[in-house]
Design a protein around this ligand. Structure first.
Ligand SMILES: CC(C)(COP(=O)(O)OP(=O)(O)OC[C@H]1O[C@@H](n2cnc3c(N)ncnc32)[C@H](O)[C@@H]1OP(=O)(O)O)[C@@H](O)C(=O)NCCC(=O)NCCS
Length: 282
């Protein structure tokens, strides 16, 4: 399939077998498709030949190792995902053609060969791992996607009371199993961040202006439905737990879960890393 002047990925680069798109509705439209993948910071090549000039300039302005690692991991992950979806080869020279730039709000958009590409994108990283959500085609102007990655870790009662709505607070406090409680707290937080990315406002607004509802059973492919409501309207989405990570995606319309691209790494066995601790500045 083509969108504008770009070719869009065929199913051969989407993970097949157990858990691969078993629930894809025949009615799902091609332009509703989304894709995702993950990469770890250890996979980012040390040479910077895959960055554009603009990106290298930005990198040179970063003084803190944590921020540098996060930026590189997000960019590497995004370029791998976008190149796969647009069927561009993934040599360093070709990857320089792809840039993820920012709107004034901070929301990302894809630049390809010097102009905005008709494809939507959202990025997140946590503890040495980054994720990228791509699609649907033809939505460069809209910024309709949000993705967020978190580690399942303890969140204090104060955190939940400060940032969650009363219904969310009640849901978390109603869970007696500690792991399920931590999972729910991180999941709801992550879903809020994903939704606030759809709204393109991020944490500039009160996190209680969006409310997360966890709906329905987890599917065999690992995705479970969720629903976020906010001032801008409903933001349906999906969440999954992979090892110690929880991943959420939200968008402006009801869609099937994103398809996993084969060019990424598995989050299921991923170990969180904080490699910057020993060398905080670049
Ligand atoms: C969006 C936000 C919540 C994400 O924060 P985070 O959890 O630390 O970071 P994540 O790794 O999950 O996501 C980072 C990505 O979010 C995206 N993002 C940033 N601002 C965004 C916005 N307004 N809308 C949608 N996406 C946004 C970017 O793609 C960014 O990665 P990039 O800079 O490499 O392109 C946060 O950046 C934010 O609140 N931004 C708005 C407020 C702001 O700009 N503050 C300035 C810094 S104090």
């Amino acid at each position: 399939m083509r969108s504008g002047s770009y070719r869009i990925v065929s199913n051969s680069t989407v993970q097949q077998g157990a858990g691969a798109m078993p629930f894809r509705s025949p009615a799902a439209r091609e332009n509703d498709r989304m894709w995702w993948l993950a990469h770890g910071e250890h996979e980012v090549p040390p040479s910077l030949g895959w960055l554009s000039l603009h990106e290298r300039k930005h990198l040179a302005s970063i003084r803190f190792t944590k921020r540098r690692n996060e930026y590189l991991t997000r960019r590497w992950t995004a370029k791998q995902a976008i190149a796969t979806v647009l069927e561009i080869d993934r040599t360093p020279a070709s990857l320089t053609r792809i840039e993820v730039r920012h709107r004034p709000s901070g929301a990302p958009y894809v630049h390809l060969d010097g102009r905005a590409a008709e494809i939507d994108v959202s990025l997140s990283d946590r503890a040495g791992w980054a994720v990228c959500l791509v699609g649907p085609p033809g939505s460069a102007e809209s910024g309709t996607l949000g993705i967020d990655l978190e580690v399942v870790e303890p969140r204090s009662d104060e955190f939940v009371a400060d940032f969650f709505t009363s219904a969310e607070l009640e849901h978390v406090q109603g869970l007696t199993d500690l792991d399920r409680r931590h999972e729910a707290a991180n999941l709801i937080w992550s879903a809020k961040e994903a939704a606030l990315k759809v709204q393109q406002v991020g944490l500039r607004v009160d996190t209680r202006t969006v409310e997360v509802q966890l709906r329905g059973e987890r599917r065999p492919d690992g995705w479970a439905p969720m629903h976020v409501t906010g001032a801008a309207g409903p933001m349906p989405g999906w969440w999954r737990r992979d090892g110690v990570f929880v991943l959420t995606i939200a968008s402006d319309a009801q869609r099937e879960p994103p398809e996993l691209l084969t060019t990424g790494s598995s989050l299921a066995g991923a170990v969180p890393v904080h490699s910057w601790v020993g060398r905080p500045t670049c």
